[in-house]
Design a protein around this ligand. Structure first.
Ligand code: SF4
Length: 92
């Protein structure tokens, strides 16, 4: 079984281009400020800056691709167990 992942966005760096929303609309959505935020597993927008949410297993690849291609370098995908970043600006 693959490791559980969580994802958060550093809204200070978000350009609002919407790439992540295109990749994984179940996880990412724009708020009224035009910046991307994550949603919880009920589809509820988590409007607090830097809020974290679980990555559904079926969306792992889409979320990781979003982090790799995010123009703002501001999507952080971390392992749930030890918080190590597996995709995003702080990943190895
Ligand atoms: S891909 Fe990155 S910069 Fe673009 S909207 Fe999503 S979080 Fe913001």
């Amino acid at each position: 079984m693959s490791e559980s992942l969580r994802v958060w966005i550093d809204q200070d760096l978000c350009t609002g281009d919407g790439l992540c929303v295109q990749y994984a609309p179940e996880v990412f959505e724009f708020d009224v400020d035009g910046l991307a935020y994550v949603k919880d597993d009920q589809g509820e927008l988590l409007a607090a800056p830097g809020a974290r949410t679980d990555v559904p297993d079926s969306l792992r690849l889409d979320v990781i691709s979003s982090a790799k291609e995010c123009p703002g370098d501001c999507i952080h995908v971390v392992r749930q167990t030890d918080d190590v970043e597996v995709a995003g600006p702080d990943a190895d």
